[in-house]
Design a protein around this ligand. Structure first.
Ligand SMILES: NC(=O)c1ccc[n+]([C@@H]2O[C@H](COP(=O)([O-])OP(=O)(O)OC[C@H]3O[C@@H](n4cnc5c(N)ncnc54)[C@H](OP(=O)(O)O)[C@@H]3O)[C@@H](O)[C@H]2O)c1
Length: 411
């Protein structure tokens, strides 16, 4: 048979009498069957356990397909099939399994629950049966009122400005008195501010300070205070960072720098706390519709502050019309953000209660893709994409650049 001749030519050493010989068609069919069986089993496990496509183990799949082709092309049938089967077996065992710990009896402190993601997370965790300590900036504000109204009596409101040492100490006293020897299962750093989006040169220094104080130093202070309680429970430290902490986004110099700082803080804490059995995760959402972009009134106040603090030559170079368009960016970002915040809630829940939580989560549209492009592709390629995606690049040119372009054109 032609197939047998070809097979004998491929593996001359095995063509002799008594050697196991399958024939090319039989060998191909075995590879196909093995591949199909393995793919089916893996797919079932992936769907059942909701393994995310961003999980590193899924990137191994194409490598396995390549291995299958190489085994088929270059190894004798018995050896090739054995190598491929062993590789598939290892991969299947290593695929993560979504096993959740029981929520009952576990306590969690979430900061920044007055509005947005923290507010929704506090409600979600309360519904799942956790004992929630909801940190709020204003215990008598509308966000706190709504939590009182909508949640179970188990939810406990805690006055907590993460930049205020006295409030942090008082919150710690109250929580340690309640959880006693069980410790605190989890701390979710959610409180955060964006303040204002503008070119890094234009942002007032106090915007940088505000971002650092809330988004970074607030996290550090609160972590240090609650660490003994977390270690006691061998619990979880979860931080809502941002996609902006992983890749540069034009206009986000202050916010992104503070989120990059907090991202690295969490990454190091993960290593430091390993020995204590405390698991650390950071969540890097893309855009979700919340109060983070501020109201029109907030943007006008920030724009006014920015204008008043600019040196005359800088104001001249950028021009008032350019500065005015910046105000609209917040509104544009809000309208293009997703109003479905459930991906963030699901990831936070996984980080809190999965037996094997991930160290990073990337909920939201493009939240995994954009940092991946930044890491894996040349910078010019990332910059081209960023120009299309982020609105500050679509604002008009600063005044003196427009003048330069016009002069250049007429010359
Ligand atoms: N929404 C997004 O697209 C997005 C994307 C990536 C990352 N994030 C991050 O997600 C987290 C939650 O933001 P969000 O989108 O839900 O915005 P948000 O609605 O503005 O919520 C932020 C919360 O933090 C509170 N807060 C501000 N300063 C605080 C302080 N010093 N101490 C304690 N609480 C403070 C705010 O209180 P007030 O309401 O009283 O100001 C508010 O409740 C933030 O860390 C943010 O950086 C959001």
């Amino acid at each position: 048979m032609a197939g047998e001749d070809a097979g004998a030519a491929r593996y001359p050493g095995l063509a002799g009498e008594g050697a196991p010989y399958l024939g090319l068609a039989g060998e191909g069919a075995l590879y196909l069957a093995l591949g199909a069986l393995f793919s089916g089993l893996s797919l079932r496990k992936i769907l059942k356990n909701e393994v995310k496509f961003q999980d590193a183990s899924l990137c191994v799949l194409p490598a396995l397909l390549l291995l299958e082709a190489l085994c088929y092309a270059f190894l004798p049938p018995g050896l090739g099939l054995s190598v491929f089967s062993v590789a598939c077996g290892f991969y299947y065992i290593a695929l993560p399994v979504r096993r959740m710990l029981p929520a009952a009896g576990k306590s969690v402190l979430v900061t920044g629950c007055d509005s947005g993601l923290g507010h929704a997370l506090a409600k979600h965790l309360d519904k799942q049966g956790l004992l929630v300590f909801a940190g709020v900036l204003n215990r008598n504000g509308p966000g706190a009122e709504e939590l009182r109204r909508a949640c179970s009596p188990n939810l406990c409101l805690i006055q907590l400005d993460v930049t205020n040492s006295e409030e942090i100490t008082a919150a710690h006293c109250e929580i340690s008195g309640r959880v006693k020897d069980a410790g605190l299962w989890a701390l979710v750093h959610n409180a955060g501010v964006l303040v204002y989006v503008a070119d890094g040169e234009l942002l007032p220094v106090n915007v940088y300070k505000q971002c650092m104080e809330v988004n970074f130093l607030g996290v550090v202070q609160v972590t240090k205070m609650f660490m003994p309680l977390l270690r006691k429970a061998k619990g979880r430290l979860v931080t809502i960072s941002s996609m902006a902490g992983l890749n540069p986004i034009p206009g986000f110099a202050a916010y992104a720098a503070s989120k990059a700082a907090v991202t690295m803080f969490c990454a190091v804490m993960r290593q430091d706390l390993f020995k204590w059995g405390v698991k650390v995760s950071s969540i890097h959402p893309s855009g979700f519709k919340t109060n983070i972009f501020g109201s029109r009134e907030h943007c006008s106040i920030q724009a006014q502050d920015l204008l008043e603090n600019l040196k005359p030559d800088v104001r001249d170079d950028y021009g008032e019309d350019y500065l005015n368009t910046l105000k609209d960016l917040h509104h544009e970002m809000l309208t293009t953000s997703s109003s479905n915040i459930s991906p963030v809630l699901e990831d936070a829940y996984h980080a809190l209660l999965a037996q094997r939580p991930y160290s990073t989560y990337n909920p939201g549209t493009f939240a995994y893709l954009i940092p991946l492009i930044f890491r894996c592709f040349p910078l010019w390629f990332y910059d081209t994409i960023a120009k299309q995606m982020f609105p500050i690049h679509r604002a008009i040119l600063p005044r003196s650049l427009r003048t330069f372009h016009n002069n250049y054109k007429t010359d």
